[in-house]
Design a protein around this ligand. Structure first.
Ligand SMILES: [Zn+2]
Ligand SMILES: [Zn+2]
Length: 344
């Protein structure tokens, strides 16, 4: 039997292990992808530590994946062997009500690669052809891989916000998600993007990407945004997951403003309903994951240089358990700011 190398979660709370596993079987609707890049994400720490559940163990982690198609199932027309692709991290049934209404993140049979089924910390991965998108020429595998998670979710959030050219945007949280959010909001045509954070270094990076920095450690960001805009912003994004910051994101809105909540908070959001919602006809919009159909547009922004992810990929490592475990430790210590990509 042909085998491949894969770095797997064997038991929650234990370091990942490099194992020889069978070459994945390719069903009629699947493609076999030679993995060229797999991002190490903060969510992987949660799976390894048992803070978020996974499918049956052992499980190959890795949901930010790009590579080359090595084989295709008998029913697959595209992609063809040799194509460079990036992988949508959700595999879906394609038949249920949600799949048929382009809301496949709610698919009743949806499975996430690297969580519910084997992912990309491996030499090869088999995945339905419907879950791969072409990687445009000139986009490095590493950038294609890391675009598949946080950038894609921010892209979805901006689409949910119905941002129009010449509108203003406030991005609460200028970390990894924020860096993509600032660039994408400008690419969508935003007239002004305010970046709110308490970290001076993150604010400096945000400013270099074209945002107007708002230091929430030394001023009230809502007052500051109202001061600069007159009546508040059209769109705000909450990317941190703190109830107080969610409240600021809503209070920073002007009339007809839309606040999109992306971060997960463990406390309820408290809102002065008349002054912050009804009276302004403002909207609070939830955002969960993203759609496969959004990924080609997102990758076009990367190809055009309007979403520069080179600053996001801080290091590449080989497919070895020590290196991968060290990358996970790095995330445990320093949070989502650093981005390591496995190059198997
Ligand atoms: Zn991720
Ligand atoms: Zn479905």
């Amino acid at each position: 039997m042909e085998t491949i190398r894969a770095v797997q979660l064997i038991e929650v709370g234990r370091p990942l292990e490099l194992r020889e596993v069978p070459l994945p079987a390719v069903g009629p609707d699947d493609v076999l992808v030679r993995v060229r890049a797999a991002g190490v994400c903060h969510s992987d720490v949660h799976y390894a530590d048992g803070l978020a559940s996974t499918g049956p163990l052992p499980q190959t982690l890795g949901h930010e994946v790009s590579g080359e198609v090595k084989a295709v199932g008998s029913a697959v027309r595209t992609p063809v062997v040799g194509a460079k692709v990036a992988l949508h991290y959700l595999t879906t049934c394609g038949r249920c009500e949600y799949c048929r209404s382009a809301s496949e993140q709610f698919c009743e049979e949806g499975l996430m690669i690297g969580k519910d089924r084997d992912g990309g910390y491996a030499e090869y991965i088999a995945i339905p052809a419907a879950s791969v998108v072409p990687l445009p020429d000139g986009v490095p595998f590493e950038q294609g891989a890391v675009a598949m998670c946080s950038s894609a979710t921010v892209f979805h959030a901006l689409r949910k916000s119905r941002l129009q050219p010449s509108e203003s945007v406030a991005v609460f949280g200028a970390g990894g998600l924020g860096m993509s959010a600032i660039q994408l909001a400008l690419a969508f045509g935003a007239l002004a993007v305010y970046a709110v954070d308490i970290n001076a270094e993150r604010l400096r990076v945000a400013e270099s990407l074209g945002a107007i920095p708002i230091d929430a450690s030394s001023s009230d960001p809502v007052a500051e945004i109202r001061d600069r805009t007159g009546c508040g912003v059209d769109v705000s994004l909450e990317l941190i997951g703190l109830a107080d910051v969610m409240q600021q994101a809503v209070r920073a809105l002007g009339p007809l403003g839309r606040a999109v909540l992306v971060g997960l908070a463990d406390r309820p959001l408290e809102i002065d309903t008349y002054n912050e919602l009804l009276g302004k006809e403002a909207e609070v919009i939830g955002c969960s994951d993203h759609l496969c159909s959004e990924l080609p547009d997102l990758l076009d922004f990367v190809q055009q240089g309007r979403l520069d992810l080179s600053v996001v990929v801080t290091q590449t490592i080989p497919l070895e358990s020590d290196a991968v475990n060290a990358a996970l430790d790095n995330l445990r210590q320093f949070g989502a700011g650093v981005r390591t990509v496995i190059v198997p």
